[in-house]
Design a protein around this ligand. Structure first.
Ligand code: ADP
Ligand code: MG
Length: 161
């Protein structure tokens, strides 16, 4: 299906494999009921993620956030994560923002703007991390270009509809 692709859900616990310790926390949301997910190519995507944060959340106060929603650029992995030998498809979002506090249980909306690369397997965790860091750079730099702004997605990302 054509971009942008949307999905939303509550941020749940993931595989607990310590992505956060590796410096790349990934927020997991359920993939059940997302119509395009089965047809999507396994790989790394980029776009925007918005979070409906509790009023007390430290990352909310620092910005003008309509209705407690805040939008960030993101990098997302869709697939089976061959390095970790998963058998169920997952969708994990690394938000390109340094959070002062976790946001488990918050509602997240994701608008996928484009595809970065297919899913790869890795010989070791270091090469996996190296590639993810490069993905983050590609995403950040792509989204900085005018044409990749949230555009028509902006209102939805701010909680409307
Ligand atoms: P899990 O296995 O439960 O997904 P992770 O180590 O992947 O654990 O950490 C993910 C959690 O970290 C998210 O659910 C969120 O609450 C928090 N978090 C903090 N910063 C980020 C970020 N920049 N991107 C995604 N999640 C983040
Ligand atoms: Mg995770």
């Amino acid at each position: 299906p054509p971009f942008p692709l949307r999905m939303e859900g509550e941020v749940i616990s993931g595989f607990g494999r310590g992505s956060k310790e590796l410096g790349i926390p990934t927020a997991n949301i359920p993939v059940t009921g997302v119509p395009w997910i089965e047809d999507a190519e396994s790989g790394v995507y980029f776009g925007y993620a918005s979070l409906h944060l509790p009023v007390s959340h430290p990352d909310l106060s620092s910005s003008s956030s309509p209705n407690n929603w805040r939008t960030f650029p993101m990098v997302m992995s869709i697939g089976y994560n061959p390095f970790y030998k998963n058998t169920v498809r997952s969708a994990e979002v690394h938000v390109l923002h340094s959070f002062a506090k976790d946001f488990y249980g918050s509602w997240m909306r994701v608008s996928v703007s484009g595809f970065i690369r297919r899913e790869l397997d890795y010989v070791d965790v270091e090469s996996l991390i190296k590639d993810i860091r490069l993905d983050c750079e590609v995403a950040q730099r792509s989204l900085e270009r005018g044409a990749w702004g949230p555009g028509k997605e902006e209102k939805w990302l701010e909680g409307e509809g």
